[in-house]
Design a protein around this ligand. Structure first.
Ligand SMILES: [Zn+2]
Length: 131
């Protein structure tokens, strides 16, 4: 079977990954403390950390230039129809770190494309109310 891969081994690509991001504490705006009438008060909402663990969310982010090290095709069952479908996944390497089994639609040749896709996916998620 011929694998129709969009990217080649050794090619440099931009990868998007879903990762937890910390949101600034809304009570102290990320400072960890509040100043009221010239006095500094420790922020109790975030315990002085500047971010609240209750406000972390998952977001797609662009991970710089990575090098494709492995191309693999796997057959997956589609969740709804239960039809086997062949998908192409990639391992990409950056500074000794390997991101494994990245689907083809999460790889891009330009940063602009990767950023646009991240934005779209993140907007979709917030529209669905998934936080
Ligand atoms: Zn705070």
């Amino acid at each position: 079977m011929v694998i129709e891969n969009k990217f080649e081994i050794g090619q440099e690509v931009y990868v998007i990954r879903k990762e937890r991001v910390k949101e600034k504490c809304s009570a102290c705006n990320g400072a960890g403390h509040k100043i009221i009438d010239g006095n500094e008060y420790y922020c109790s909402k975030c315990n002085g950390k500047g971010y609240s663990r209750y406000e972390t969310k998952e977001e797609y982010q662009v991970k710089g230039l990575k090098t494709v090290t492995l191309i693999k095709s796997i057959t997956q069952l589609q969740e709804k129809e239960l039809i086997p479908q062949t998908v192409i996944i990639y391992n990409v390497d950056s500074e000794g770190m390997t991101l494994k089994e990245v689907p083809e639609h999460h790889l891009f040749t330009t940063k602009e494309e990767a950023e646009a896709c991240c934005k779209e996916l993140n907007e979709e998620e917030s529209a669905n109310g998934n936080r």
